[in-house]
Design a binder for this molecule. Structure first.
Ligand SMILES: [Zn+2]
Ligand SMILES: [Zn+2]
Length: 481
C-alpha cells in the first residue's frame, strides 16, 4: 500500500497547470456566492468545464468488471480506501463490497472526508437518478453537486425566494428591468470578453424571457391554467434557470425543460413555478394525441379546433344522416383527416369537396377523442362519474353528475359542454338519423370515458355506466352545464 501512496503523490503533481487553476476556482467560488459577488455565475460556468483532478491507481486487480477502469481496486476495505484517498481532494476509487460481493462502492474524497456511494451499472453508471457514460463524468458531476449542495446549501434554499420569473397573464409589460436583470454575465464579465457561446446563450435567454414578458392574457384568450410538462433535460453549454436566473450546474441533467413551452428551470424551481404554461406552437406540433389543454392554449382557442370544425361541418351538412356517429367511414380517409389537422391545424380542409362522406367527419371527431392522452372525462374524475351513474334516484344522480363535472379541467368541461349541446341537437333529428341519446351513449361512452384501471372485469362492468353517463349528459345538457 505504501507504493500506491507514492504513486498517488506523483500523479498529484502531474496535474497540468490549467487543472490547478480550475481547482483553485473550484474552492473559492463558494466564497463569492456567500459574499454575494455578482460574478459567481461565471465561476459556476467554469466549473462545468473543468476536468476533475482524479487519481488513478494502476493496480492489477483480478475479476475487474469490464466496465470499470483503473479506478477499480477490488475488494479492499473501507479503511484502506479511506487511507488511499486521504491525500487528495477529488480523488476516487471503486471497491467491491466485502459484505456483499458483486456490489460496488464509489469512494470519493470530498471536504476532507471519504464518502461512499453504492455504485450501479446497467449500461450507464449511476449512484442516484442521473446516469453517466463514464465514471469520470459521474465523479465530475458528483463533485460539482457536492460542492454546491454542501457549501451553498443556504444559497440554494434562498434561490427560489426572489424569482425573476414573471407570471404569464398577471404581468404588466415591464421589459426594461427584466432585461437588465438578465444581462449580468457576458459583457461586463471581469475576465474580459466572454466566449462566443456565452453570447449565444445570453441571446437565447433573452429571447425566451422577452417571449414570456410579452405574453399577456388577451381578453379573448381562454384563461385555462396549465401545469408545465417538465422533463429532465441535459443542456449543452451553460444554461441559466428562467425562474431564479441562477446557473444550472452539473454535467448532465442540470435541470428540467417544459416540453410544451420550452421553459428551462432547476428541478427545485420547477416545484414553485406557477401553473401558467403557455405552450408554444414550436413545441406543440401535433393536434391529435396532444393533451387537450395544451392544444387549446397553444392555439389560443376555447376548444380544440378539431371539435369546433367537425361539429360545425356536420351541422352545416345536416344532422339527418341515418346512423350518424354509429356508421363508421373509411378508416384510411379518417386517418387522412387526422393528418390534415396535424399538418394544417385550423386551416385543414374538411369540406364536402374534400370528404364527401359525412361519416368521415364524425369518425375523425370520435378518433380525436379516442386518441386524447387524458380522456375528455379525465381519469381523475372517472370514478366520480361512475359513482354518479350508479345512483338510481334521478334527481340525486343529476346533482352528483353536476358535482363530478366540477372535477374536470376547465378546457375539458367546456369541450364536453359544447359536444353535449351538439349531440342533443343530433337527437332532435332522431326520426331521420335514428340516433337517440341512448344510442349516442353507446357510441361515445367508451370514447369519452376510458377506465383508468386495467382490471378487465371492472372495466367491463363500467361500460354500461359510461353509456349512462353520456346519455344523461346529453339529455340534461341544459341543466347540467
Ligand atoms: Zn410549460
Ligand atoms: Zn432556478
Amino acid at each position: 500500500m505504501a507504493d500506491n501512496g507514492g504513486q498517488l503523490l506523483t500523479i498529484f503533481f502531474f496535474f497540468d497547470i490549467l487543472d490547478f487553476v480550475l481547482l483553485l476556482l473550484f474552492t473559492t467560488f463558494i466564497d463569492c456566492i456567500v459574499y454575494g459577488n455578482p460574478s459567481f455565475t461565471l465561476f459556476l460556468y467554469r466549473l462545468s468545464d473543468l476536468q476533475t483532478p482524479y487519481l488513478s491507481f494502476p493496480l492489477q486487480v483480478d475479476n475487474r468488471p469490464k466496465y470499470y477502469g483503473r479506478e477499480y481496486h477490488g475488494m479492499i476495505s473501507r479503511e484502506e480506501a479511506d487511507q488511499l484517498l486521504s491525500q487528495a481532494e477529488g480523488s476516487y476509487l471503486i471497491r467491491e463490497s466485502q459484505r456483499q460481493p458483486g456490489t460496488y462502492t464509489l469512494a470519493l474524497r470530498f471536504g476532507n472526508q471519504t464518502r461512499n456511494f453504492r455504485l450501479y451499472h446497467d449500461g450507464k453508471h449511476f449512484v442516484g437518478e442521473k446516469r453517466f457514460e463514464s465514471i469520470h463524468d459521474l465523479v465530475t458531476d458528483g463533485l460539482i453537486t457536492l460542492y454546491i449542495e454542501t457549501k451553498a446549501a443556504e444559497y440554494i434554499a434562498k434561490m427560489t425566494i426572489n424569482p425573476i420569473y414573471e407570471h404569464v397573464g398577471y404581468t404588466t409589460l415591464n421589459q426594461e428591468p427584466t432585461l437588465k436583470k438578465l444581462l449580468p454575465l457576458s459583457p461586463e464579465a471581469p475576465d474580459g470578453p466572454a466566449p462566443a457561446k456565452d453570447d449565444n446563450n445570453a441571446e437565447e435567454r433573452l429571447t425566451s424571457l422577452v417571449r414570456r414578458a410579452t405574453l399577456r392574457e388577451s381578453d379573448l384568450a381562454p384563461k385555462y391554467e396549465k401545469v408545465h410538462n417538465f422533463k429532465v433535460h441535459t443542456f449543452r453549454g451553460p444554461h441559466w434557470c428562467e425562474y431564479c436566473a441562477n446557473f444550472m450546474w452539473g454535467l448532465i441533467a442540470q435541470g428540467v425543460k417544459c416540453a410544451d413551452c420550452g421553459l428551462n428551470v432547476h428541478k427545485q424551481c420547477s416545484k414553485v413555478v406557477p401553473n401558467d404554461c403557455q405552450p408554444d406552437l414550436r413545441h406543440v406540433k401535433k393536434v391529435y394525441s396532444c393533451d387537450l389543454t395544451t392544444l387549446v392554449k397553444a392555439h389560443n382557442t376555447k376548444r380544440p379546433m378539431v371539435v369546433d370544425m367537425c361539429i360545425q361541418e356536420l351541422e352545416a351538412r345536416g344532422l339527418q344522416s341515418e346512423g350518424l356517429y354509429r356508421i363508421s367511414g373509411f378508416s384510411e380517409l379518417i386517418e387522412d383527416v387526422k393528418l390534415a389537422f396535424d399538418r394544417d391545424g385550423e386551416k385543414a380542409d374538411i369540406s364536402s369537396n374534400a370528404y364527401e362522406d359525412i361519416n368521415i367527419i364524425s369518425g375523425a371527431l370520435k378518433l380525436y377523442f379516442r386518441e386524447l392522452p387524458i380522456p375528455l372525462i379525465t381519469y381523475d374524475a372517472h370514478p366520480r362519474f361512475i359513482e354518479a351513474a350508479k345512483i338510481t334516484d334521478a334527481e340525486k344522480r343529476l346533482e352528483s353528475l353536476h358535482e363530478a363535472l366540477k372535477l374536470l379541467p376547465p378546457a375539458h368541461c367546456e369541450t364536453l359542454r359544447y359536444l353535449m349541446a351538439h349531440l342533443k341537437r343530433v337527437t332532435q333529428y332522431e326520426k331521420e338519423n335514428l340516433m337517440s341519446s341512448e344510442n349516442l351513449g353507446i357510441v361515445f361512452g367508451p370514447t369519452l370515458m376510458r377506465a383508468p384501471e386495467l382490471d378487465a372485469m371492472t372495466a367491463l362492468n363500467d361500460i354500461r355506466y359510461q353509456r349512462l353517463v353520456v346519455e344523461t349528459l346529453i339529455t340534461h345538457e341544459d341543466v347540467l352545464f
